[in-house]
Design a protein around this ligand. Structure first.
Ligand code: ADP
Ligand code: MG
Length: 370
């Protein structure tokens, strides 16, 4: 059993067309592990500094290959590609899964900041989830032998309006799946969620694109294609190991979470139904914020008796293990480079700063086979 901090990375994306058209000003700078943000209303030298495990510069300095892949334009470019982010963050997830640890990777940030780009990716620029799944099966093929057997399953769900919807099936029971608590482990899970066995990377890829198609797409004033839902892809990885000293089973649950946009209501112009929807989304996200603040206080040795409000939202019930529990957890906070988003981006940096203070207690999930 060991204590481990949640690993936090931030990543800044290029300007989009709209920002270029409006001559947006760049307010983010990075140097080593540090990220600097300057308030467009103040002078540059009053920039605020934050420090993380990784500060990824993906704003400029890239070229697009004929394949569509973006890579650094020359050897001295600081541009962080999808492969670089995977090598730093995704590779460990796979290694830890083979070692029998639970792993979680989640992406936080306002709509349009680059969460889905980092997690799933677009076109040839595959994100961490597909590259990691590919890598998992390559390693399974490499290490498969008569004494080790592997089983892999995948589930995909969406939390929308505090309801859980299974994305790997077309039927959507009214009110969504109910959340149950496991009688011995105490952990929460959605009852009846499908876990589909998968035997190859292409199997997983098909399931994820099926799930993506089933997603609820609710347009907001901000971004017509943005999702107001939290998307959770879970990989269940079991290893059955035969040994002269007895047979063992190692299990790892890998949670991959693309959170809904973190922006506040006011900037999206929500009214009526959309406001209700937004409030419920904020219930999950604001509870996430409260859970993280409570855990950060506990980790910094606060003497007060602190209750972590996991039970106050669906998202935090399901992420209980990832946050302060038995999981090696990584968070990527996606940043917009533009001056108009200063308030939201500063909010994201502050959130990320609290997350990095959280310590999880991790154990290998290894047991004699029944
Ligand atoms: P979110 O999921 O946070 O709403 P997206 O991941 O969809 O945001 O990103 C918004 C847009 O910015 C997309 O067109 C995406 O291709 C682009 N983008 C985001 N991050 C990067 C990046 N690191 N490099 C290049 N383009 C990016
Ligand atoms: Mg997205």
């Amino acid at each position: 059993m060991s204590e481990e901090s949640i690993k936090v990375a931030v990543r800044v994306r290029p300007f989009n067309q709209r920002e270029k058209d409006r001559n947006a000003k760049l307010i983010i700078k990075m140097h080593g592990q540090s990220t600097f943000i300057s308030d467009p209303k103040l002078s540059q030298d009053e920039a605020k500094q934050f420090s993380f495990d990784h500060s990824y510069w993906s704003h400029d300095g890239f070229t697009e290959l004929p394949s569509g892949i973006l890579e650094p334009s020359n050897s001295s470019s600081p541009y962080a590609s999808q492969q670089k982010v995977f090598d730093d963050l995704g590779r460990d997830v796979i290694k830890n899964a083979f070692d029998g640890f639970n792993c979680s990777l989640f992406a936080y940030g306002q709509t349009g900041s680059g969460k889905s780009y980092s997690m799933i990716g677009y076109g040839a620029n595959r994100g961490i989830i597909p590259i990691a799944c590919d890598e998992l099966f390559q390693q399974i093929e490499k290490t498969k032998n008569s004494s080790t057997r592997y089983e892999v399953g995948v589930s995909m769900m969406e939390i929308y309006n505090e309801q859980v919807r299974d994305l790997l099936t077309q039927d959507f029971p009214k009110g969504g799946l109910s959340i149950r608590q496991h009688p011995t482990s105490g952990y929460f899970y959605p009852q009846g969620l499908r876990v589909v066995p998968v035997g190859s990377y292409t199997d997983i890829e098909h399931r994820i694109s099926e799930g993506t198609q089933n997603r609820t797409i609710a347009a907001t004033n901000m971004n017509a294609t943005s999702s107001r839902a939290h998307t959770l892809v879970t990989i269940y990885f079991d290893q059955f190991i035969k040994d002269v000293h007895g047979d063992t089973k190692k299990t790892s649950v890998i949670n991959l979470v693309d959170l809904a946009g973190s922006e506040r209501n006011s900037s999206t112009g929500a009214t009526g139904d959309r406001l209700k929807e937004s409030t419920n989304i904020n219930k999950s996200l604001s509870t996430l914020g409260n859970v993280i603040s409570a855990l950060a206080d506990i980790s910094s040795g606060s003497k007060r008796k602190i209750v972590v409000p996991y039970r106050e939202s669906v998202l935090t019930k399901l992420l209980q293990n990832a946050l302060g529990g038995n999981s090696k957890t990584v968070m990527i906070a996606a940043l917009s480079p533009a001056d108009v988003n200063f308030d939201e981006t500063l909010g994201t940096l502050r959130f990320a700063d609290r997350v990095k203070r959280i310590k999880n207690t991790v154990v290998v999930n290894e047991n004699p086979m029944e």
